[in-house]
Design a protein around this ligand. Structure first.
Ligand code: SF4
Length: 710
């Protein structure tokens, strides 16, 4: 496909032709797309073959976009609630009525309780810098509401990683082909980062070895050269034991350690107790396997570790990443382009977009709330939250401790607005539902948290029905509320150009013209190997810090360590006796967070939520393959069909994907059991620290729209 656009055309959908788009989902790949339009309709979406990461390949989920956006369940007009909260009964209203109701209710709430009674709730659902990062923030800053601290994804790991490296920029993941060893640690690229698989295959063809560290046998484990299956939450202990072997046996890169690190002697003392034999008791990995793997890591140079978010979504997640991040420095891996360690980070583009967020519009000092506390806040009488405005997010599916959260959402005195593309589990609790555009219907600019492209998304089609973008909706609300600030007059072209004008070296060479012509432009960013070349890491000492004074000042242990998960055999033996199974909510190819799953049709084994359980855990509970089981702890319960398999290790169970309420036997998803406490560092989520028990469900009268049970 040959795409050539003039600026005047790129913000107006063509009746026929091919348009540059970007996949807006919360996925590291951020695919560059070519969207074909015929007679004003989107007919096909393909991966851009010219993009160096997309390489013409997109996932099956997103390739179905043309069907999905015209699906009969797409919201196409504003609605108000006529049933009970959660029931999903609404009637159509006009946009004028919707905006008037929201404005009046919001003004009453602000008059009675102040702007902090209103909470904006948004995630990375779908949206770029315009839709996701600027327009909503401006509006809520202008109102003076609390702002959202988005901690749920990678904040703990990112903060921990920074204590070691001084930056969240790791190895350039596109340049991994020269490595001799590639380790996937707590990540499942086949489900969550398919383009990494392309780079991995190239490296394997050149003779690299592949290792997987994961409590679950993910796709690809059968062909991996090495597989270690630690107990959930024990990853830091494994890393410390590897360091023990590498240091005590003198296998480390002495030159690199001398030139580029700080605190080696303290680290040596710290890892002294983490012998492979001791760590076997913490991880369930045999001491001889730990020793062998440590030797392998020290011998096969250079190497690349990809740490996924899985192992940092524990109560000890920050320290875990801080600890794993020390490994590449011991073997000198950071010296090579594409080697060292990569951790997904939404701050890979160190471009400060805060001027776009309207912090200067606030009538009051800025105050934030941690999104993980949403359920608690809604149920806390002192917090006096009276209204929620939800966009780009589906908290009634993705947030933890759902019983608490839904109790809050059910409050009669809570006025809830949800701006969405479909009637999500959250939208069913709304007082007002606003229909939202997809990215095929508006212009936006995207960064990625995997590769280094800046990408322009041009609208391919006119908005579906009466759907409106966040930009248009917040502009209508700003007008109705009498906000006369200039920024509310900006259209997406103005905002995109303002971002590109930001004075930051990362954007040097990124031009609007090039974005127009090819849809993407490489940012001026390099992996962490350049820090070695400059001999300057952005830590207080300028070195990679095994010992971090900054951590100490922040109230943490200055050295890497293993802290047992808050719910575990070591930390809470009594709780473990009662709820002896570690419950992981694993990813799955069918969904991305809670996106896509609602459109998975069929009734095959893999087209519905499942619970994977090891035979040794299933047999004593009389659980057989395909049986309906109840999973429970003191926070809540859910029901799933069992898949008895050695995919998980004994003592661990794993659900597959995150589906919508109607796809679960009793409408409850695994997040009814997950904890809403925050992790050790950075206030991150800890939902993989979750002990449960399960039992066979003998009789049930559950009904589901998707599959019959009982
Ligand atoms: S979900 Fe990920 S892999 Fe699929 S098209 Fe979007 S960015 Fe690409």
């Amino acid at each position: 496909m040959n795409v050539k656009l003039q600026e005047s055309h790129c913000f107006k959908p063509p009746p026929y032709g091919v348009v540059h788009s970007v996949c807006p989902h919360d996925c590291p790949d951020s695919c560059s797309l070519l969207s074909r339009v015929e007679d004003g309709k989107l007919v096909k979406v393909e991966g851009n073959p010219a993009h160096p990461v997309t390489q013409g390949v997109i996932c099956r989920k997103f390739a179905a976009a043309p069907t999905r956006i015209y699906d009969s369940d797409r919201l196409s007009y504003p609605m108000k609630r006529i049933g009970l909260k959660g029931e999903g009964l609404f009637e159509q209203i006009t946009w004028n009525e919707a905006i008037e109701t929201i404005t009046q209710q919001s003004q009453t709430i602000v008059d009675e309780g102040g702007p902090a009674s209103i909470l904006p709730v948004f995630g990375s659902g779908t949206g770029g810098l315009v839709k996701g990062r600027s327009v909503g923030k401006r509006f809520f800053n202008r109102m003076g509401t609390l702002q959202l601290d988005r901690t749920i994804c990678t904040k703990a790991g990112r903060t921990g990683f920074r204590y070691t490296m001084g930056t969240s920029m790791g190895a350039d993941p596109r340049a991994i082909r020269e490595n001799k060893l590639i380790i996937a640690w707590g990540m499942n690229a086949a489900s969550t980062n398919i383009h990494h698989q392309i780079f991995l295959k190239e490296a394997l063809k050149q003779g690299a070895k592949h290792a997987i560290i994961n409590p679950v046998k993910i796709k690809g484990t059968e062909s991996a050269d090495y597989f270690l299956q630690p107990r959930p939450g024990s990853d830091a202990a494994l890393a410390l034991a590897m360091m023990h072997v590498i240091i005590m046996e003198g296998l480390y890169d002495k030159e690199f350690v001398k030139l580029h690190t700080l605190g080696f002697d303290d680290l040596k003392l710290r890892v002294n107790k983490y012998t492979p034999e001791y760590v076997e008791t913490l991880t369930d990995i045999r001491a001889e396997d730990i020793r062998k793997f440590a030797h392998l890591y020290a011998d096969l140079k250079p190497s690349f570790i990809y740490v996924g978010p899985g192992c940092q979504r524990h109560s000890n997640g920050g320290m875990t990443l801080r600890t794993i991040a020390c490994l590449p420095a011991l073997v000198g891996a950071w010296s090579h382009k594409g080697s060292g360690l990569y951790f997904p980070t939404s701050t890979i583009f160190p471009v400060d977009v805060s001027p776009l967020e309207g912090n200067d519009l606030r009538p009051n000092p800025s105050a934030k709330y941690n999104m993980i506390n949403l359920g608690r806040l809604l149920n806390d009488e002192q917090a006096r939250i009276r209204s929620l405005y939800v966009f780009n997010s589906n908290p009634a599916t993705v947030m933890f401790n759902q019983n608490d959260l839904r109790k809050g959402l059910q409050r009669d005195d809570l006025f809830t607005i949800v701006h969405e593309q479909y009637l999500t589990d959250t939208a069913r609790y709304a007082d007002i539902v606003l229909p939202a555009t997809t990215q095929f219907e508006y212009a936006d600019l995207f960064f990625s948290y995997y590769h280094f492209s800046v990408q322009l998304n041009c609208p391919a089609i006119e908005p579906h029905g009466q759907c409106r973008s966040n930009l248009d909706t917040f502009k209508m609300l700003a007008d109705a509320m009498g906000f006369e600030d200039e920024c509310f007059e900006q259209n997406s072209r103005d905002i995109i150009k303002e971002i590109l004008k930001l004075d930051h070296p990362a954007l040097a060479g990124v031009t609007f013209d090039e974005l127009l012509q090819q849809g993407w432009c490489e940012a001026n960013l390099e992996g962490a190997h350049t820090l070695v070349e400059k001999n300057l890491f952005p830590t207080p000492s300028g070195r990679i810090e095994f010992y971090s004074k900054r951590m100490q000042q922040d109230g943490f242990d200055p050295l890497p360590d293993y802290i047992p998960p808050k719910e575990s055999k070591e930390a809470t033996p009594d709780l473990h006796d009662k709820y002896p199974l570690y419950f992981l909510t694993a990813s799955d190819q069918s969904s991305l967070n809670s996106n896509y799953a609602q459109h998975v049709k069929g009734n095959t084994r893999h087209n519905r939520p499942r619970l994977i359980i090891h035979p040794e855990d299933a047999t004593p509970r009389a659980i057989t393959d395909g049986a309906l089981v109840r999973i429970f702890n003191n926070r809540g319960e859910c029901h799933l069909l069992a898949e008895v398999s050695e995919t998980v290790k004994q003592g661990v169970i794993a659900s597959t994907g995150l589906w919508w309420g109607f796809q679960y036997p009793d409408g409850r998803n695994p997040n009814h059991t997950t904890p809403d406490f925050t992790g050790d560092i950075g206030g991150g989520s800890a939902f993989n620290t979750n002990l449960v028990e399960i039992e066979l469900c003998v009789e049930t009268d559950f009904e589901s729209e998707h599959v019959s049970y009982g």
